[in-house]
Design a protein around this ligand. Structure first.
Ligand code: FAD
Ligand code: DLZ
Ligand code: SF4
Length: 516
């Protein structure tokens, strides 16, 4: 057989399942296409990252002596859509089948599967760059009333032996979250991330993106993502040497000035395939074993990759396509327009959105407890919020974005990702960050013109959703506090939140470029 091997923009791994045992005649295709670049208005840095990484990967395959076809976005005969472009190339090269590894989105998976019996058949293979598989996750989750991250994570710790001492977890505990919740200290000096050299390939792509996608939200200047495996390894080494040791304790802290703090910035390189989750976890474990990183940092980090990253992948592939339709809290509001320009007086939101615009990055707690929390409290519709998160982060891929946004942030999956919504008032943001001292609002006030909007929105959210949430045992305490408040206080908070939401609805809607 003469197969066409389609390698997608997030499959840039030399040991990809479809690239093993290649017949000599095989053609490997990588395709930049207009549809993928604009089905949501991706951040220009995200497009530049993917195109530059694809072009570098194609060059590496050629250096290995393989036959590669690279469809560039500007090619005159480019079909500008993945399935038709792959089929066009297969016909052109006289291939008799198309092979692909499971893509990162249900939408493409479905389209490829539907062609299994076509005259030019598509053959799909499993993506084995994860610790687990959708099939194994399904077997584990089946029969459990409520699948929980903690149980799945422990299973994978045992199975991989990561941070295990025989049958016991290193240090005698599975979970060091308690040590990993320090607020932002007064003085911190996180190291600047490494600056990767822009070679001619990256520069060409940056020029192309500047010209073609300048109407998308996000700044291209200052692009510094790793675009090759070597640059990704440098980024990993920098994290191990300069940030890992502090990662744990400051994992939840938020800074008004420092976008990256002690986070690894490795999600994009992992999701594109430049690094494998196993090598990253093993490198972090080694730092602990050799005494260079404390256990709470190593465990906290490995939990994110071996735990959360695997768990969301399992949920996504076993629950789609229904998962995407989930809306357990009946949220219907459109996305506030300031998500696209940062024009809000709420300092924490403004800074999270500005950092997103400048770096195609915000760390997990900004996504979850600032922008996400705000959208939850305002009943923003899952679809609108998911499209935003999918567009604006360099690391965004639907398989990981959707469970985090729809599940973890909006509680729209009815509690698969988290047993309770991560809703919080301004008090939480004030405790964890230095935003409030730069803000015109007062995080201690609930009503009145200077009150932090998060406060009344928080209580109003709890009141509005009491029917769904008050029976949740983990919400008992907070509903107890609500019920002890006087009717007058509750009415004043309701009014304050209502006026805020009315103003939000009255603001002109903004429709970003590229959205369909
Ligand atoms: P670090 O803080 O250094 O964490 C280390 C690694 O752990 C990350 O690189 C990532 O691979 C993994 N990880 C951490 N948290 C999670 C998580 N909740 N789920 C899965 N993996 C995790 N992550 C993505 O990779 N792509 C997305 O599209 C994405 N969308 C998100 C949307 C929302 C609303 C939220 C709340 C979280 C989202 N995350 C997503 C998870 C997480 O926020 C990012 O992985 C992280 O911020 C990336 O920065 P980092 O590499 O510096 O991570
Ligand atoms: C995100 C993205 C973009 C912007 N462009 C491309 C592209 O031109 N070609 C491609 O193969 N992949 C691209 N991607 C990543 C895809 O959206 C990703 O492959 C799918 O989400 C499935 O994993
Ligand atoms: Fe955010 Fe409220 Fe603090 Fe302002 S006062 S920064 S809106 S939490």
């Amino acid at each position: 057989p003469t197969p066409l091997i389609l390698v997608l923009g997030d499959q840039l791994s030399h040991d990809l399942a479809s690239l093993r045992e290649l017949p000599d005649e095989a053609i490997i295709a990588l395709c930049e296409v207009g549809v993928e670049a604009s089905y949501v208005p991706h951040h220009p840095q995200k497009i530049a990252l993917i195109f530059s990484a694809m072009r570098h990967f194609a060059a590496e395959l050629r250096e290995r002596g393989l036959r590669v076809h690279y469809s560039a976005l500007e090619d005159a005969d480019n079909a500008q859509e993945l399935i038709s472009e792959a089929e066009r190339l297969a016909a052109h090269y006289g291939c008799d089948e198309i092979r692909a590894v499971r893509p990162g989105e249900w939408r493409l998976w479905q389209a490829m599967r539907e062609r299994a019996e076509a005259k030019l058949p598509w053959r799909l293979v499993e993506d084995d760059r994860f610790f687990s598989t959708p099939e194994a996750f399904d077997a584990w989750a089946r029969g459990r009333k409520a699948p929980r991250l903690e149980h799945f994570y422990r299973l994978l710790r045992r199975r991989t032996g990561l941070l295990m001492e025989g049958d016991e977890p290193a240090g005698g505990r599975w979970n060091f979250d308690h040590d990993n919740r320090e607020p932002l200290p007064d003085a911190i000096h996180p190291p600047a991330p490494p600056e990767h050299r822009h070679d001619a390939t990256t520069q060409t792509v940056l020029d192309l993106v500047a010209e073609r996608f300048n109407d998308h939200f996000g700044r291209l200047a200052g692009f510094h993502w790793p675009v090759t495996r070597q640059q990704a390894l440098d980024e990993l080494a920098h994290f191990l040497d300069h940030r890992l040791a502090q990662f744990g304790r400051l994992q939840d802290a938020i800074s008004d000035s420092e976008p990256f703090l002690y986070h690894s910035r490795l999600a994009a390189a992992l999701n594109l395939g430049l690094l494998s989750p196993r090598e990253v976890c093993e490198a972090v474990e080694r730092e602990y074993l050799e005494g260079r990183a404390p256990l709470n940092a190593a465990e906290g980090f490995i939990r994110q990759i071996l735990g959360w990253r695997e768990y969301v992948s399992g949920l996504y592939w076993t629950r789609m396509p229904d998962y995407k339709r989930g809306n357990a809290l009946g949220a219907r509001r459109g996305l506030p327009s300031f998500f696209w320009d940062g024009e809000t007086e709420m300092r924490c939101l403004r800074r999270a959105i500005e950092m997103t615009r400048d770096h195609a990055y915000a760390h997990h707690i900004q996504r979850l407890m600032v922008t996400g929390n705000f959208a939850l409290l305002c009943d923003v519709a899952p679809e609108a919020l998911c499209d935003w998160y999918l567009a604006v982060y360099a690391d965004a891929c639907e398989w990981v974005e959707l469970p985090n946004t729809l599940g973890m942030v909006l509680h729209a999956d009815g509690g698969l990702m988290g047993s309770k919504p991560y809703c919080a008032s301004g008090k939480y943001i004030d405790r964890m960050s230095d935003h409030c001292r730069h803000c015109r609002f007062d995080p201690k006030r609930v009503t009145g013109p200077d009150a932090c909007p998060f406060n009344s929105l928080y209580w109003d959210f709890l009141e509005r959703h009491a029917e769904t949430l008050s029976a949740n045992p983990r919400m008992k305490l907070i509903y107890g506090s609500l019920s002890r408040m006087s009717d007058d206080k509750r009415a004043a908070m309701r009014e304050q939140a209502g006026a805020f939401l009315d103003r939000l609805d009255a603001a002109p809607a903004y429709s970003p470029a590229g959205e369909h």
